[in-house]
Design a binder for this molecule. Structure first.
Ligand SMILES: Nc1ncnc2c1ncn2[C@@H]1O[C@H](COP(=O)(O)OP(=O)(O)O)[C@@H](O)[C@H]1O
Ligand SMILES: Cc1ncc(C[n+]2csc(CCOP(=O)(O)OP(=O)(O)O)c2C)c(N)n1
Ligand SMILES: [Mg+2]
Length: 295
């Protein structure tokens, strides 16, 4: 199959674009309403996914979702998406078509949460394994970006999303089991609408684990984040252990700090205090915990 035929297979399922110039030319040209937020994240075969666990559509879905979560964590509305891929010889055209169907399913799901988003470009190359690098363009639409540096003592720590579900799903799938947590591990569902709509002082999506990501906000803000284990357990997905909730990543739910009441759809999990690092029930957590590609 030629590169152009492969591209045609991918294009077959993509949603309609409102870009001034959509995919097909040297660049896409976009017309956002406000400032632009851009983020990129890769999925690498056997690091982020296994082909015997995930279908092509699962990977397409995840490629979109893990990126749009970063845009939403700034309060940008995801509007445009780019996918650069390497594809090995042993991947079938059916797999590639299925991947593109997963992109489409993710875009349709997002339409209902935050409005239209299109795949406006990408790249294809032969490579030894599957790598899918996604880039999201988000439209700030006049909103101020929420940084990691705005947490102050007295603010509440809040979370929305499927806390710990991916970690539980990862453990279940390794044991050959199925269930809702496995489905969420394969297809994370970041509640992007809640992130875009929140009045937060600091925010990020949780990709590497709650404690590790709290540490990032703590460091950027020059404060300590104190988690309450009972609140974390109450906020976590069904049957999730405290360990999975604190250290599991890849849920792409949102961790935020707020100066005021807990927003609708969010759960309080702790508070911002003076100091450094992360505490759980008043005790400093020394271990980094969570996921580190190079640790
Ligand atoms: N190779 C790179 N070159 C430049 N900046 C990078 C690179 N890799 C990561 N970053 C930046 O470092 C920050 C942290 O990255 P990462 O931990 O991957 O964030 P996230 O969990 O939001 O994907 C981000 O601002 C990201 O853009
Ligand atoms: C086959 C397989 N092994 C292990 C994992 C677990 N895992 C891989 S990467 C990762 C952390 C998140 O990925 P990262 O690239 O750090 O995302 P980012 O922080 O850049 O958004 C986790 C928990 C997995 N998803 N699949
Ligand atoms: Mg990243």
């Amino acid at each position: 199959m030629s590169e152009d035929e492969l591209l045609a297979l991918i294009a077959r399922h993509l949603p309609a674009s409102t870009a001034t110039v959509p995919t097909g030319d040297d660049c896409a040209v976009l017309a956002p309403k406000g400032e632009v937020a851009i983020s990129t994240d890769i999925l690498v075969e056997n690091v982020h996914f296994r082909r015997d666990w995930s279908s092509g559509a699962d990977i397409g879905w995840r490629c979109v979702m893990q990126n749009v979560a970063d845009a939403a964590a700034m309060r940008a509305r995801p509007m445009s998406f780019f996918v650069a891929m390497t594809i090995p010889e042993n991947v079938t055209a059916d797999w590639v078509e299925d991947f593109s169907w997963g992109l489409r399913e993710a875009c349709d799901h997002l339409y209902s949460l935050s409005g239209p988003i299109a795949i406006d470009g990408g790249d294809l190359s032969r490579g030894p394994i599957i790598v899918a690098a996604g880039t999201v363009v988000g439209d700030m639409e006049g909103r101020e970006p929420v940084l990691r540096s705005g947490a102050r003592p007295g603010h509440k720590i809040v979370h929305t999303g499927n806390l710990g579900a991916s970690a539980r799903g990862y453990e279940l799938i390794q044991a050959g089991k199925t269930g809702k947590a496995v489905r969420l591990f394969l297809r994370p569902e970041p509640p992007v609408n809640r992130a875009i709509g929140v009045g937060a002082t600091a925010m990020m999506d949780v990709s590497d684990g709650l404690v590790r990501d709290c540490r990032r906000i703590a460091k950027a803000s020059g404060v300590a984040l104190e988690l309450d284990s009972a609140l974390v357990t109450a906020a976590a997905s069904p049957d999730v252990t405290l360990e999975q909730a604190l250290y599991g990543g890849e849920d792409h739910g949102f961790l935020a700090t707020v100066d005021g009441p807990v927003p609708d759809g969010w759960n309080e999990i702790g508070r911002v205090v003076e100091g450094t690092g992360v505490l759980v029930d008043g005790k400093q957590v020394d271990a980094m915990g969570g996921w580190d590609h190079f640790g």
